[in-house]
Design a binder for this molecule. Structure first.
Ligand code: PLP
Length: 396
């Protein structure tokens, strides 16, 4: 049985071209980039090549890119690093204020909660509308003199809704240009957007941008953070002061090379992949919505090309995922990070889905290798699976 892999928002396979680029850095070019000998220099050059590619892709300077172990690490570094650098200025005054949205990934929400628990900040968790969109005007309303950070994701990983990052960036810039004591820094988590949308940091108006390799066909365990030049930040890992002193630890050379290659591939094929994947996504959505008692979650049009997410009345998401997987179809219920728990997803709760209904959540996330006939197969099999489960359920 062939696997139909539709869980690319959770993770992607490593692209063979990425793997081929990485391979020599395990076994032949394995030098420590901090050393001056030939192997060290070779590794250093490879890192700087990847950094240049990443910077070019984001419209940034190479020295503004920090390689990390993941998006989670990038987010922890930006948020904790910024707040730590500002604490002295705020001593004896009101605590610094962070604005974020209630549908962020746990990496952002838990980092904010951690800072709150430490008593270092107060946080506003902005509500979203029923499509999962942040209201730009609401951000304006809640900005205070102590606001130092706005953190809003570029695209949501559970329901695929795209957030108005450029508009938020514009407003923050305007406010920063007015008479203010504290500058407001703007972070976006671009993990689910990087391979499909313009991530030029000036266009977006961001000071921090985070992402991870394993959603873009590079391996797990590598990420990056853009930090705009001049942004105050304190490193969270002390040691050998690698990555311009912002992230101590010997660089993960093969993975950094892999990330650089993955970005090079995105640059080459972005438009083609986005259009092809969006076409398949729309076909999938149309087909699945013919099943009675199924609703699309997230925005109908302002959504990433690869995510089609639903709630299905009268069936458990986990049961659908298990039965589909028996048929070779890999999907997910809730996000990978919350699907191990049976608590309703915070994203679905935030967009107004009741706890009972949210248990029937199902997400398909397409990838660059998704094929037309796979979409037909999934629609057909999901109809059978939902029918089977409903026949077993008492209320259907
Ligand atoms: N942000 C978003 C939007 C994500 O989808 C994910 C992964 O699911 C992360 C952050 C965390 O990425 P990582 O697990 O690589 O740290």
């Amino acid at each position: 049985m062939k696997t139909v892999y539709l869980d690319n928002a959770a993770t992607t396979a490593v692209d063979p071209e990425v793997l081929a680029a990485m391979r020599p850095y395990f076994t032949e070019k394995y030098g420590n980039p901090s050393e001056f000998h030939i192997l060290g220099r070779e590794a250093r050059i490879a890192i700087e090549n990847a950094r240049n590619k990443t910077a070019l892709f984001l419209g940034a300077q190479p020295e503004e890119i920090v390689f990390t172990g993941s998006a989670t690490e990038s987010i922890n570094l930006s948020h904790k690093g910024l707040i730590e650098s500002l604490l002295e200025d705020f001593r004896g005054k009101k605590r610094p204020h962070i604005i974020t949205s209630s549908i962020e990934h746990k990496a952002v929400l838990e980092t904010c909660r951690h800072l709150e628990r430490r008593g270092e900040v107060f946080v506003t968790y902005l509500p979203v509308d029923n499509f999962g969109r942040v209201d730009v005007n609401k951000i304006k309303e809640v900005i205070k003199p102590e606001t130092v950070l706005v953190s809003v994701m570029y695209a949501n990983n559970e329901v695929g809704t795209i957030e108005p990052i450029q508009k938020i960036g514009f407003i923050i810039k305007k406010i920063n240009n007015s008479m203010r004591n504290n500058r407001i820094y703007f972070h976006t988590d671009a993990t689910q957007a990087l391979q499909y949308f313009n991530c030029n940091v000036d266009l977006l108006g961001v000071d921090f941008l985070s992402f991870t390799g394993h959603k873009i066909y590079a391996p797990k365990g590598i990420g990056a953070l853009f930090v705009r030049r001049g942004t105050p930040i304190v490193r969270q890992l002390d040691g050998g002061e690698q990555e311009s002193g912002l992230r101590s630890s010997t660089e993960n050379v093969p993975y950094i090379v892999g990330l650089g290659k993955a970005i090079e591939i995105i640059k080459r094929s972005k438009t083609f992949n986005s259009e092809k994947i969006a076409k398949f996504r729309d076909k999938l959505i149309k087909g699945i919505l013919t099943i009675p008692g199924v609703r699309l979650t997230g925005h109908p049009t302002e959504r990433v090309p690869h995510i089609a997410s639903f709630v299905v009345d009268g069936v458990e998401g986990e049961s659908m995922v298990l039965l589909l997987s028996d048929l070779g179809i890999i999907a997910s219920s809730g996000s990978a990070c919350t699907s191990a728990k049976l608590t309703p997803s915070h994203v679905l709760t935030a967009i107004g889905v009741s706890p009972e209904v949210s248990h029937g959540s199902l997400r398909f996330s397409l990838g660059k290798d998704t094929k037309d006939q796979e979409i037909d197969y999934v629609i057909k099999k999901l109809l059978e699976v939902v029918g089977r489960l409903r026949r077993m359920a008492p209320k259907f």
